[in-house]
Design a protein around this ligand. Structure first.
Ligand code: HSE
Length: 435
């Protein structure tokens, strides 16, 4: 394992898996910041091998380090820490398991693997007296995992409100500020390199759901799986909704929300109306922000660049240094307790929030009364109504209703009944409101 350098000083061997934008930057930071790393870790961290898919590709790295054989990393006794920056579930998950079985510590930026398999991997690491650090898996360079695990651990955390997907936040910012509809805003994000060619994980909310599962598990000291997270994407949002949001004093954001009430955890990702004066409403473009509320610390906001090679390498190299310090001190395993299922997940039907509904109706006498009755029958109280002048040619009016807090189950039943009212032509939008 760690080798002796210059007499008594150890060196830590690093095996890097993946040499894309993030991997390339990590290799460069390890090289460029070697003095700081020695100073902070107490010994040098030396890049020993780099696993790549295509060895012929021209790269700015010593070609002797490049390999296509996983075994060159797993079987190298001088490699202490495996850094996984391949991304995606396979083969990254299998490689991380192999590294642990071979007694190597792991640093990963992989939200999908940590959200789906983190519990088992952390237990496996414990068994093999190694550790996995994953600060870069959520929010790029924004410190989130360490603060939740360590700095805020004395708190009872009640709520997390998070903008943790830069792609969707950029699209929503363009829809709000430039009045674009969804498709052109997505195309623009792709042209700028913010959205991937296949952006479905981002726009359908899955990327945020993985990250929320990781954050909620740490914040509430329980196990939250990605499938526990109720998830809606942003593709249905319409420019009309952004106009009404502004008129009503709100912003529309894709929020990842986690709350704990009475030992039950609510986890959901969906578009929401939030008051325009909230700090989160002002987080625009590809920036991420996570608001955490703890009983001792109150409300805190973590804000910064949630993706990109530089910020992600900041978190990864910090994790490497942290592991190098432990190796140097001969500390084995991890000080943090393993998670267990101790809290239930609140079904979406049981949540309580406010709602925004936009619908097209036939502009006839008594229509509003029928809609109000459908809501009232389910104990849903209307907070405000907007109705614009109707389209004379089609005799159709658009109305917008904001409700007071109501149970989701009651709201879904009321929506079904409203859809059956003959004069309701379309329920065009239904968006939850957090205030
Ligand atoms: N696709 C993510 C985002 C970045 O748009 O925020 C990687 O997690």
């Amino acid at each position: 394992m760690s080798s002796e350098v210059a007499g008594s000083q150890m060196s830590i061997g690093i095996g890097l898996m993946g040499l894309g934008k993030v991997g390339g930057r990590v290799a460069k930071v390890l090289q460029d910041r070697s003095e700081v790393i020695v100073q902070q870790a107490g010994c040098p961290s030396i890049l020993k091998k780099v696993l790549v898919h295509d060895p012929a590709k021209k790269r700015d790295i010593d070609f002797h380090l490049i390999t296509t054989r996983v075994e060159d990393i797993m079987g190298d006794p001088e490699i202490d820490i495996v850094v996984e920056v391949i991304g995606g579930e396979h083969p990254a998950w299998e490689y991380i398991k192999q590294a642990i079985f071979r007694g190597k510590h792991v640093v990963t930026a992989n939200k999908e693997v940590m959200a789906k398999h983190g519990v088992e991997l952390l237990a496996l690491a414990r068994e093999h007296e190694v550790d996995i650090l994953y600060e870069a898996s959520v929010g790029g360079g924004i410190p989130l995992i360490t603060p939740l695990r360590q700095d805020l651990v004395a708190n009872k955390i009640s709520t997390i409100y998070a903008i943790i997907n830069g792609t969707t936040n950029h699209i929503l910012t363009m829809m709000s500020k430039e009045g674009l509809s969804f498709s052109p805003a997505l195309r623009q994000a792709q042209q700028l390199g913010y959205a991937e060619a296949n952006p479905s994980d981002d726009i359908e909310g899955r990327d945020a759901a993985y990250k929320l599962a990781i954050l909620a598990s740490l914040a509430f000291h329980t196990i939250v799986r990605p499938e526990d997270v109720y998830c809606e994407g942003i593709a249905f949002l319409d420019e009309h909704d952004f106009r009404y949001a502004k008129e009503l004093g709100y912003a529309i954001k894709l929020l990842a929300i986690a709350k704990e009430r009475n030992d039950s955890v609510e986890v959901r990702v969906h578009p929401v109306f939030i008051p325009a004066e909230f700090l989160l409403a002002k987080v625009d473009g590809v920036y991420n922000a996570v608001q955490v509320e703890g009983d001792l610390v109150g409300k805190m906001l973590f804000y910064g660049e949630g993706a990109g090679a530089l910020p992600t390498s900041s978190a990864i190299v910090a994790d490497i240094i942290s592991l190098a310090q432990k190796i140097n001190l001969k500390v084995k395993g991890s000080p943090w307790p393993l998670s267990s299922y101790c809290k239930t997940i609140t079904p979406i039907s049981e949540i309580e929030t406010r709602y925004y509904i936009r619908m097209s109706i036939a502009d006839h006498p008594g229509v509003l009364a029928q809609i109000a009755k459908a809501l009232g029958d389910h104990l849903i109280s209307i907070a405000s109504v907007i109705q614009k002048e109707s389209e004379v040619s089609t005799q159709t009016a658009e109305i917008v209703i904001m409700t007071y807090p109501a149970k989701e189950k009651a709201m879904q039943q009321a929506l079904k009944e409203m859809e059956k009212i003959a004069v309701v032509k379309e329920i065009a939008s239904f968006i939850r409101v957090e205030a």
